[in-house]
Design a binder for this molecule. Structure first.
Ligand SMILES: [Fe+2]
Length: 184
């Protein structure tokens, strides 16, 4: 077991947020073109695995990230803090366009130290777009497909290996949250 179903969060409320992001650029991450800085080599393990598999020779590795306040209302994050009883260390919405993939990886980024400094990190993911056929997410040994909008899962370990691929006909959006317990 690598994830636990927590419930349906913001049932019926995600469509307008997804619609608003469809026309926003967001932060596009494309492997070999616009990737993380990797100044201290923290991505080397993932980069080596991807290159060995040949992902450096295709243009299908891409996802788009959106951030609270800049791209969507921070109320979403504040409400999710209440839902989980945690304080947000990091939250974002990911978008995977048809034909694009996030090959197996762990979520590291250039600012990991900032989140880790806040406490023990607990990871949640919410499927927020409608359940279109063909968009698949894998976390550890769990596979998710056609999840109802709002379905929310807590990860056993925020650093679990995971992947996503969209061989469907519609963009897939997910809300992600790294939280820490409140002090005291
Ligand atoms: Fe990821």
């Amino acid at each position: 077991m690598t994830t636990k179903f927590i419930g349906n969060y913001y049932a019926g409320k995600w469509d307008s947020i997804v619609d608003s992001l469809m026309i926003k650029d967001g932060q596009r991450v494309a492997y070999g073109e616009n990737f993380y800085k990797n100044v201290d080599g923290r991505f080397n393990e993932i980069i080596n695995l991807w290159n060995e598999a040949g992902y450096d020779k295709v243009d299908t590795v891409e996802w788009i990230n959106y951030y609270p306040e800049k791209d969507f209302p921070k109320l979403v994050v504040e409400d999710f803090e209440k839902f989980t009883g945690l304080k947000c260390a990091r939250a974002w919405i990911s978008r995977l366009r048809p034909g694009k993939y996030a090959p197996i990886h762990r979520d590291i980024d250039d600012d990991m130290e900032k989140y880790l400094a806040q406490g023990e990190l607990i990871r949640y993911s919410v499927f927020i777009s409608q359940p279109y056929v063909g968009a698949v997410v894998v976390v550890g040994d769990s596979c998710f497909h056609c999840e109802t909008s709002g379905n929310t899962y807590r990860w056993d370990n925020f650093m679990d290996w995971h992947a996503g691929g969209n061989c469907g006909l519609h963009d897939q959006f997910m809300f992600h949250f790294l939280g820490v317990k409140h002090n005291g």
